[in-house]
Design a protein around this ligand. Sequence first.
Ligand code: 1PR
Length: 527
Amino acid sequence: MITLLDYGAGNVRSVINAIESLGQKVKVVSGIGDLLSAEKLVFPGVGNFGSMMRILNDKNYVHALKDYLLSDRPFLGICLGLHALFEKSEEAPGTKGLGLLSGHVKKFDIDLSVPHIGWNGINIKKPSRIFNGLRGDEKFYFVHSFHVVPDDDSVVLTTTNYGIEFVSGIQKGNITATQFHPEKSGTAGINVLKNFLEPGSEKKAITHVLTETRLSKRIVACLDVRSNDHGDLVVTKGDRYDVRENGEVRNLGKPVELARTYYEQGADEITFLNITGFRDFPLEDMPMMDVLKQTSKNVFVPLTIGGGIRDYTDKQGRKYTALEVATQYFRSGADKISIGGDAVLIAEAYLRTGKKTGNSSIEQISKVYGAQAVVVSIDPRRVYVSSPDKTNHPVIRTEKKGPLGEEYCWYQCTIKGGREGRDLDAVTLAQVCEKLGAGEILLNCIDKDGTDSGYDIELINAVKNAVTIPVIASSGAGCVEHFYEVFTKTKAESALAAGIFHRKEVSIRDVKNYLSDKVETRLVKNN
Ligand code: 1PR
């Protein structure tokens, strides 16, 4: 029996699913007694150091947890579960950590996008049974803005390079903790979990010793989901956001099955977008929760869900906050939520008043679940102008001229699946959302969606150069070369595609194989 410490601030379902996939049973801590009697404890931390310690204190878990750790029983901390072991964190000055290890937690101070999101490697610093069965050059999924700085080097198990070399794993006696998420790291991560759950007697040597690790560019498979006219939940695909063909919603498959296929092909992340979320209410649209629950049972890479995340009042007048909606999604297996239309309205309000209210969906969800869990999905469309003074919006000089030979354009934000254009441009939206606490931008482009003509490089550069958070380039991928183009002509961290994967024109494996000697990617053989 594995005991799991859930303090209620994140996606523990994926950890439970990963452990259960290894044939073990999980008991979630519901009181101090469970901590005292635990034989093997897993502590997956998500969110913010301050709120984590406050909850642990409120529940009176701190003493029991320290006793457990001091008794040297097997412990696996994940992410914030690693940070908790230290004395303090820059994320919550004045808040005491468990202090089992001397040292502190520091915010990344580097000239790269923060959070550090994605698949990176580990430099193994000492032998451990936790690595049995690994080669040593596998990549693991990271998502964090802070890293630990132990005073005692002897506890360092692994380091990882991201602007600096930081400590990505510690081990002291039976206590192991990783900055990366084994439960989200495909087969390699499941292997690490297995080694913790059933440690072998000998420490087998790894064959590949890395001296410097590199963050991979991520390939994201996107599933636009909605009910078709027969009431079936289907994966569909638009052509410039028009998902109907001969009057019918295109049906390209079933969401759970397709997600599993893309995982097996080596997708680094899966995104589900409930594309009618602007008119539905997700808490009534339980099939999407179900899709997440089913998918997270056997897909061990990060899952993002978008569509309908906003405050809502139902027909009976009951109010729901966007945070409540997001919480249900996280509880169902999502790692990140994506906000579309609501982000535009929030940014417009912010630009009108110049003030953060703290009440917006972006701010609230980011505060509770961390910036890394909040993606803003932008649906822009090109608006051509003959000269920059013809608009108040920031323009770019474009190589792809407009229908009347216009040399300039700006990118107009839309809501409601592209149906309504707003007086706001994509660059400003991205900047405002970053300020309000978004951790990543999913940058679509209506003009490119479903066209197979390649990504809108000009748009991606304009947005990427205006923010410091990671950007997922989306819309237009039609062949493997388009992925190479987007990664070499822009600084986007990820490339998302939908149509070519659904229509089986190109598989994710094809993309990875093509990129393998050109761009840093996670090797498909990991999965
Ligand atoms: O506004 O918070 O309810 O979220 C709704 C979400 O649904 C938004 O993220 C919005 O992007 C998405 N959405 C709404 N309508 C559509 C539509 O297609 N009619 N899909 C839609 C957006 C764009 C991408 C697509 C890429 C890659 N789809 O997700 O997957 O363009 O496609 P490609 O590789 O085939 O070119 P809210």
